[in-house]
Design a protein around this ligand. Structure first.
Ligand code: 4HQ
Length: 267
């Protein structure tokens, strides 16, 4: 995968790109990253990138010039033949989720546009941007940190980056639940003991305990995630039932259907 970043602050990215998984992925040649200074596309003496909003209001906006030419040079002109997928980081975008990261990890060329100021002239979205993505419902000063969030989430999904035996960890949110409690040594710290089951060596019991803990913690902290998961399972069950081959049942009690689901998932 190749990632191009268009920003007014290219220097923000250097240390981030050099360390940890992102640094390793680049060293291994699994991910290539290029950072572009938007001011390189300015043509006036003051290297202007912003202007005041029509209709009034506070602050400034990113102007179409030089942003559209910059995106077009880096990504190609917008359209079906464009070789890259162009994403602008924006609070107006679709929320970044683990499933969306999984999809983006399959993209060959990604271009991330980092806005500054109060936002971007809307014609830029129409003319040059394929998709807006938000990292959450809060307002930052620029798209650079959101772009780093996206890259960090993405790079660990690129095959070969995580050292794949433990890539089941990719599933930690893939199941749509929060991670339960985890412990390392010592076995007792300031009077607090590691739960006995984790030291039992009984791997089936450990897996069961972890699943219970994850569900319980998610119920307490993020009931919305549990509801979303139940909705997905209802749809899956409906799909199985709709096959009409008898595998989906539909006559059993809720408990029975739950048991079938669990059995299927383990296989
Ligand atoms: N901004 N998720 C405003 C964000 C943001 C977010 C980026 C601030 C774009 C113009 N981006 N600039 N939240 O707050 O992605």
């Amino acid at each position: 995968m190749r990632i191009d970043i268009i920003t007014l602050f290219p220097e923000l990215f250097a240390p981030f790109l050099d360390v940890s998984f992102v640094g390793q992925a680049r060293e291994k040649g699994l991910v290539e990253v290029a950072v572009h200074d938007l001011r390189d596309w300015t043509t006036d003496r003051h290297r202007t990138v912003d202007d005041s909003p029509y209709g009034g209001g506070p602050g400034m906006l990113m102007a179409p010039e030089p942003l559209v030419p910059a995106i077009e040079e880096v990504a190609g002109p917008k359209g079906p033949d464009r070789p890259a997928h162009v994403v602008a980081m924006s609070p107006q975008g679709a929320p970044l989720t683990q499933p969306r990261l999984g999809e983006l990890a399959g993209v060959d060329r990604l271009v991330l546009v980092c806005g500054r100021y109060e936002g971007i002239d809307d014609r830029v979205y129409e003319l040059a941007i394929d998709e807006e993505i938000s990292i959450g419902d809060y307002v930052l000063s620029g798209g650079e940190v959101p772009a780093m969030v996206l890259i960090e989430g993405l790079v660990r999904l690129v095959p070969g980056v995580l050292g794949n035996p433990e890539s089941a960890r990719i599933d930690s949110f893939g199941g749509g639940l929060l991670e339960g409690p985890q412990y390392t040594r010592p076995p007792i710290y300031r009077g607090l003991a590691v739960p006995e089951v984790l030291r039992s060596g009984d791997h089936a019991a450990i897996a069961r305990w972890r699943a219970e803990q994850a569900l319980e913690r998610t119920r307490k902290r993020r009931p919305d995630l549990v509801s979303a998961r139940e909705d997905r399972e209802a749809v899956t069950d409906a799909g199985v039932d709709a096959r009409g081959d008898g595998s989906g049942g539909g006559s059993g009690a809720d408990e029975d259907r739950g048991a079938k689901r669990d059995a299927k998932r383990e296989s």
